[in-house]
Ligand binder design. Structure first.
Ligand code: HEC
Length: 252
């Protein structure tokens, strides 16, 4: 009996790494300010990430669940949010004549989508519609690490891999053939105002942090609540310890 148990455990131990390997190569683990029990978003990083999204990714990807006014959470002022929104024309209406019309976006509008619908998005991208990025960082194993790895994981296909027309080889994409062409390909593709050097790695990192914020905007509140709960529990422990000593004092 013991031998069967031992054999099963041994077999599982051997199989486990094979399981891990099935999803592709191991993702490089980056240090993120938002990780850990009390992590917070680095405002500068997330703002730069928004810039990368706006100037690069927004050409193909929507972020349907984020409104311009949400940007106030990452440190943009009210005036900046208004200006960022107003730079986009959106369709609104219908007006009193029953017609739709164009107007500059308001802070309350959702981020403008690059395509009218998913069919148009697919038609423009070799049949694969670029997915909405609002919740992407939570939708994939590895979160921000995966997005960063994906963006920096483009390489020449190994000799035995046939890359079909319109496909690209990516080390970290499941199956390796991805319809998205390498979006961040050269240093200085965006110019940062805060003096950060816009290397491919830096831009990939920043946009990954931004997507993490978009997917979990309440992360900081959740972490702060965790801290309050811990403080509460510590105080309660002391209190109950005092009570216990009081109650049992007579018996000693
Ligand atoms: C030229 C259009 C284009 C641009 C620009 C672009 N993407 Fe994509 N993206 C795509 C397409 C198409 C897919 C779907 C790929 C597939 O399923 O093969 C995709 C898929 C993705 C995915 C999902 C991968 C997965 O695991 O399914 C992520 C994440 C992503 N893009 C992030 C980004 C980020 C971040 C940027 C900006 C730095 C960006 N994309 C810029 C077209 C684009």
């Amino acid at each position: 009996m013991l031998r069967i148990v031992f054999a099963t455990v041994a077999a599982l131990a051997i199989a486990a790494p094979a399981y891990a390997a099935e999803g592709g190569p191991e993702l490089p683990k980056l240090k993120w300010s938002f990780n850990g029990a009390f992590g917070t978003f680095d405002r500068g990083e997330v703002q730069r990430g928004f810039q990368v999204y706006k100037e690069v990714c927004a050409a193909c990807h929507s972020m349907h669940y984020v409104s311009y006014r949400n940007l106030a959470d990452i440190g943009f002022t009210e005036a900046e949010v208004k200006a960022i929104a107003a730079a986009n024309e959106v369709t609104a209406g219908p007006n009193d004549d029953g017609e739709m019309f164009q107007r500059p976006a308001l802070p309350s509008d959702r981020f403008k989508s690059p395509y009218a619908n998913s069919k148009a998005a697919a038609a423009a991208n070799n049949g694969k519609a670029p997915p909405d990025l609002s919740l992407m960082a939570k939708a994939r194993n590895g979160g921000a690490d995966y997005i960063h790895a994906l963006l920096t994981g483009y390489e020449k296909a190994p000799a035995d891999v046939q890359v079909p027309e319109g496909g690209n080889y990516n080390k970290y994409f499941p199956g390796h053939i991805i319809a998205m062409p390498q979006p961040i390909a050269s240093e200085g593709q965006v110019s940062y105002e805060d003096g950060t050097k816009p290397t491919v790695d830096q831009m990939s990192r920043d946009v990954s942090a931004f997507l993490m914020w978009a997917a979990e905007p309440k992360l900081e509140a959740r972490h702060a609540m965790g801290l309050k709960v811990i403080i509460f529990l510590v105080i309660m422990s002391f209190l109950f310890y005092g009570v216990k000593r009081r109650v049992w004092a007579d018996l000693h």
